[in-house]
Every structure is written in C-alpha cells, then in structure tokens.
Design a binder for this molecule. Structure first.
Ligand SMILES: [Zn+2]
Length: 573
C-alpha cells in the first residue's frame, strides 16, 4: 500500500476527532441532531485549522444512509465515498481556480435538480473569497431561495472580501487558530498510534513552527519522520526546521546582558554554520525576553511553562526589567525590518548590535570586545568582574573625606551616564560615584531602605565614618529613624562592623542616586526616541504623507503600582 500522508490519514472523520474547535462542533452537532439546519454555512479561519474537514463531516452527517445525525456511521456507501472524495452529490469546488462568472453559472445550473443518490446535494466551495463580483451575484440569487435539497458549505481564509449580502445569508463559524499545546498533543497522539519514537521537545518545535495550523503541523511531522528515519529526535528536527537550540539563544542574551559584542557575533557565526533560520532565532529571543519579564511579575506561571529555568534565572540577574522591555521592543522592530535586510544574518546581527548600543553599559562595548578578542574572558567572567572603585579611593581616606561640590570632585571618566551594571556587588564606597552605583545598581539594598538611600547624597568618607546628606524634608521623621537603622545595618555588611554614618544637611545641589537614575533614564529615553524616530518610519511615508512619530508616546514602562504607592507613602510619613 502506498504511503498516505499523515494529514490525510489522520484527517478527522467524526466531530469528536476535531481538535480545538469545540464551540463550532457543539453548535453543528446540535443543529444536526435537532434538524435545525440552515441552508448555507460559512467556515472562516486561517489555513489548516479544519474548515473543509468540518464541511466534509457535515456532508456525511447529511447524507449518511443511516439518517441525518451528528454521528455519521462512516461505513455506508455515502460515508465512505465522501471520505474518499468521490460522492456524486458532494460537489467540491476550489473557487480560486474557478473565479469567472461562467464557472459559477455552470456550477449553479444543476442546483434545481434533486440529489442523484444522496439526501442532499452539498456544494462545498473552498476559498470562496476568490470569486469575482459577478460570480457572487450569480451565487446570491441561489442563496436567497435555495431548493430544500441543497446545502451550501463555504470556506474562506478571508471573510472580509465577501459581500455583506452573501455574509448575511450564511451562518458563519469562525475557526480559531490552534495553540502550540493542542497541536503538540495531537502530534504526540498520532505518533503513539503509529508506533513511531519521538522526543516531546521535537514535537513542541514542530508545533511552534506550524503557527496554529494543524495541517502544517502534520506535513512537518511527515517531513520529520523521513528526515529522522523514523525516530523523531529533537536535535534532528531542529536541524530540519533550521530551528535554534536554546543554548544559542541563552548565549546571545548573556552576551547582550554583559555587553559583549564579540561573543554575540561569534554565536551568530556558529548559528550560520548550522544554517539556522534567523527569523526563528529572533522569535526565540523575543519569547525568552517575554519569559524574563514574566519571571519578574509572575514566576509561578513560568515554572509550569518553561524548561531551562536555571539558565533563565542567570540571565534575569543580569538584566533590569527596563532593559528587558527595551530589548523586546528593539527585537520587535528588528523582526519587522528583517525581510528588508540584504541578508537575514546581517539583519539579525544589526538587531543584536542595536540592543548592545542601547544597553545602559554600552560604553563598555569596545572594552569587553577587546578582552574577548584575546580569548581570555568569557562573557560570564566579564559580568562578575568585581566593582572597580574609582581613582579617588587610592588616596588616603582623609583626602577623599573633604566634601566638595560633586562636579569638581569627580574625574571625567566616572561622569559617563552609562557606566553602571545592574546588580553588581559593591565592595567599597569611597566617593559619590561609588555611592550612586551602590544604591542604584547593586542589589545590596532593598525595599524602603533602598528608596530612602536613593534620596540621600554622599558627602564624604573618612576611615570608618561615612558622611551622608539626608533629604531635608524628612530630617525629623520617625520612619526615617527606622530607615537609618536599616541603612547602617546594610552598609556595615559592605564597609565593616565599625562603620558610622554621620548625617549632615547641606546644599541642595548634590547629586542623589535618585537624581542620577532620573538623568540616566532621561538620556536613555531620549536616545531611544531619536533612534525610533530615525528608523521606524520609511522615508517614503515621511515624504509622501508627512508621517511622524509622536515621541511623547514612547515612554518608560510605568512602575508597578505597589512601588509607586510605597514611594508616595514614604514621602507622607
Ligand atoms: Zn454512513
């Protein structure tokens, strides 16, 4: 016997076998069992979701020799002939190939005559949106007053193109695209029945690639079975689909998080050798970024859904929530532009470079790349590099302790707004820059203590004494007492148990960590706005229609409500 492709072999023959369209199935079953049949049904939905499959089951239900019901026997002459596509009273038409009005007329000429052997004459018109206006008019007359022995079953991927006059004479069923889980489950079921070995991960990959179409999923599975010689293994399926191993995606994200351009490019090179599809790779990056942002908000959901959770956690520690959002946005825009790039690899690399360019630590790009060029440090090693105290800490403590206006005191290098790395552990605090890094970017302070500290400016350091300038409004507050105790506790962990904090009010102009953070965010936002304005509107649109970006609409993701509330409460106490 010749090999029957899975999509045909496993095409559902009864309503119960139809996957993912319960709402439609239930309504149809009810109509058939209660003899409340309309004369025209329209099935809409993307390709491969089961439109014509459902229509055929309806045709069987109508013509089964055992009577009209939602349970056709699948054994009688009518049922088997419909399954085999040779039932004389089921007239299947592909409208895409018969668009002309003459075609439609000749098709409809036979409508008045009774069914030859069946109970009903069933017209199954696929891709009906392809008909021309005249054809629709010809059809419309029949749809208005069809003989009782005729049923129309129509299918389309594009109902928008149908005239309302036609639409209003049909009962419309909208079939939904299937989700990956449903497709994967069905693939698993089929392979088990077929006694073919498989790895779940391989099926998940195929399901993802099918983009909601069961038919595509099954044809890919056919391919996979022959490609893997009958054992559907994940690594082979990945090769076949040009899919990306998670390993590469994590390597790329790590490279971005640690601002390591060279590592990113090397990974791309490796991917290229395995002829990986870069559009899929970009999708995978977006999916992982989505996981990362879930990790911060709803980790429980993630635990269920994601594998490689440990790997994800490691990346999570390297990226702030704002950066995750930013990279996601850049990735989305990059995905849109990818087809325009001279080569997919180039387009993909540009997206990565853009993420690196907008990274808060972008100033480190060259430096990080140089280090890697010597093959000395891996991306991970770069990221765990201990905090480097600025030059001043080399001076004896007394020299650094003289409080001076910040602008005079800071060496030019540390004034760069993009210096900090998120969650870097700080080992010492000798000057204002250290203080700002410590408060804003290490994770050694948390909660209210961190909020409090972010409003406190650094004044100097001398031996075991650190001079801080508290926010004036809060100087006598009781909650501040608590904050001060906590801050002292946390600072002692870093600077030693004998540390003392001396609070002294001072001039307002000193930079607080909060002020610095605000400035950095402003600068970053301005840069992103500029970039988006420059790149996201094609020149022609700008020229012809004067298209503009509303740059005010480009904003930072707003803070979670609880954080805002805490902050407000803090100021009120
Ligand atoms: Zn039957």
């Amino acid at each position: 016997m010749s090999y029957l492709v899975l999509a045909r072999k496993w095409r559902p023959k009864i309503f119960e076998e139809v996957v993912g369209q319960e709402h439609v199935v239930r309504t149809l079953q009810h109509a058939l069992d209660n003899n409340r049949l309309h004369h025209a049904y329209l099935f809409t939905g993307t390709r491969g979701v089961g439109k014509t499959t459902l229509a055929r089951i309806v045709a069987k239900s109508l013509n089964c020799e055992n009577g009209v019901s939602s349970k056709p026997c699948n054994e009688c002459k009518a049922c088997t002939e419909i399954d085999e596509g040779r039932f004389i009273d089921l007239i299947e038409v592909d409208a895409a190939s018969r668009t002309k009005v003459e075609d439609t007329r000749s098709l409809l000429e036979n409508v008045p005559y009774k069914a030859t052997i069946g109970r009903y004459k069933v017209y199954l018109i696929d891709e009906i949106h392809m008909l021309t206006g005249h054809s629709f008019n010809a059809l419309l007359k029949t749809l208005e007053e069809p003989p009782s022995h005729v049923k129309f079953l129509m299918a389309t991927t594009d109902p928008q193109k149908l005239p309302v006059t036609v639409l209003s004479r049909c009962i419309q069923f909208n079939l939904r695209a299937m989700d990956e889980h449903e497709i994967s489950k069905q693939l698993r079921y089929i392979l088990t029945q077929e006694n073919i070995g498989f790895e779940i991960e391989a099926l998940n990959g195929i399901a993802r690639q099918s983009k909601g179409s069961m038919r595509d999923g099954l044809s890919l599975l056919d391919q996979a079975i022959s490609y893997t010689k009958g054992n559907v293994r994940a690594d082979l399926v990945r090769d076949m689909l040009g899919m990306v191993s998670d390993e590469y995606i994590f390597d790329l994200l790590k490279a971005i998080a640690t601002v390591n351009a060279l590592a990113a490019l090397q990974t791309v090179e490796k991917m290229c050798e395995r002829s990986i599809d870069f559009e899929t790779a970009l999708d995978d990056i977006l999916l992982k970024l989505h996981d990362l942002s879930l990790m911060k908000i709803a980790p429980a959901v993630l635990n269920v859904r994601s594998k490689n959770l440990d790997e994800l956690k490691r990346i999570d520690e390297l990226m702030s929530p704002e950066d995750v959002q930013l990279f996601y946005q850049i990735g989305l825009i990059g995905k849109r532009d990818l087809p325009l790039a001279p080569r997919p690899q180039l387009g993909f690399e540009m997206v990565l470079m853009r993420m690196l360019a907008f990274h808060p630590n972008s100033a480190q790009i060259s430096q990080a790349s140089e280090t890697l060029g010597e093959g000395v440090e891996s991306p991970a090693a770069t990221s765990t590099k201990p905090f480097q105290p600025a030059r001043e800490s080399m001076l004896p403590p007394t020299a650094a302790a003289q409080p001076k206006p910040a602008s005079e005191r800071l060496p030019p290098t540390v004034q760069h707004p993009h210096r900090p790395t998120q969650h870097r552990q700080v080992r010492t605090i000798e000057n204002e820059e250290d203080w700002i890094q410590f408060v804003n970017y290490s994770n050694q302070l948390t909660g209210w203590t961190k909020i409090f500290a972010s409003k406190v400016a650094f004044r100097g350091r001398s031996g075991n004494k650190i001079y801080l300038q508290p926010p004036a409004e809060q100087y006598t507050s009781i909650t501040r007492e608590q904050n001060r105790t906590n801050l002292l506790r946390d600072l002692r962990k870093v600077l030693g148990d004998d540390l003392e904090i001396i609070y002294s009010p001072g001039a307002k102009s000193t930079t607080t960590p909060e002020g610095r953070m605000a400035r950095e965010r402003r600068e970053k936002l301005a840069a992103v706005r500029q970039q988006i304005e420059r790149e996201s509107i094609p020149k022609s649109l700008r020229k012809e229609f004067g298209a503009k970006i509303d740059s005010d609409s480009i904003r930072y993701p707003t803070l979670p409500k609880t954080v805002k509330k805490n902050e407000e409460r803090w100021w009120k106490t």
